[in-house]
Design a protein around this ligand. Structure first.
Ligand code: CMP
Length: 138
């Protein structure tokens, strides 16, 4: 069993596709083990994406991620990290495969609807950033 952190980003919430995103994860056999809606401050977005702090898109990314409510979830299942990334599609929707969330709904590499952790260490950091042990079902 593996856990990963996924976020329906502000554009996904604005497009009213929260249920669509969660449904795609659930239909693939993955289980939501923690869930909440939150409005990230700029500082919280900066902390979450600290690994990208030297990248040219950091300012714009953190402004976007704090531009409206997001839905945060911890997802569990066999191979959950890769499974979620496969369901999301490539970061840039121009490169996303047909049938993926980003191909179907994303507008750009920044407004790309959904986030998923990229490795076990990142998943552990990202789940712990938003959820404490009491908020995660077993
Ligand atoms: P995400 O999976 O949330 O991880 C980091 C995010 O940075 C990524 O999705 C994109 O939304 C964003 N990102 C990555 N590369 C670029 C880029 N070249 N320009 C703008 N945003 C980017």
């Amino acid at each position: 069993m593996e856990r990963t952190l996924s976020i329906v980003k502000p554009d996904g919430v604005r497009k009213n596709i929260v249920g669509e995103v969660i449904g795609r994860f659930e239909k693939s056999g993955l289980k939501v083990v923690a869930l909440k809606m939150a409005s990230l401050t700029r500082k919280e977005a900066e902390g979450f994406y600290a690994v990208h702090c030297k990248r040219p898109f950091f300012g714009s990314l953190t402004e976007f991620m704090s531009s409206g409510p997001v839905v945060l979830m911890a997802i569990e299942g066999a191979g959950a990290i890769k499974k979620v990334r496969d369901i999301m599609g490539a970061t840039d929707p121009k490169n996303a495969a047909p049938g993926t969330i980003r191909k179907d709904f994303a507008d750009s590499i920044e407004s790309n609807v959904v986030h998923g952790s990229d490795a076990p260490e990142t998943a552990a950091f990202e789940i712990g950033y938003f959820f404490n042990a009491l908020e995660i079902r077993c």
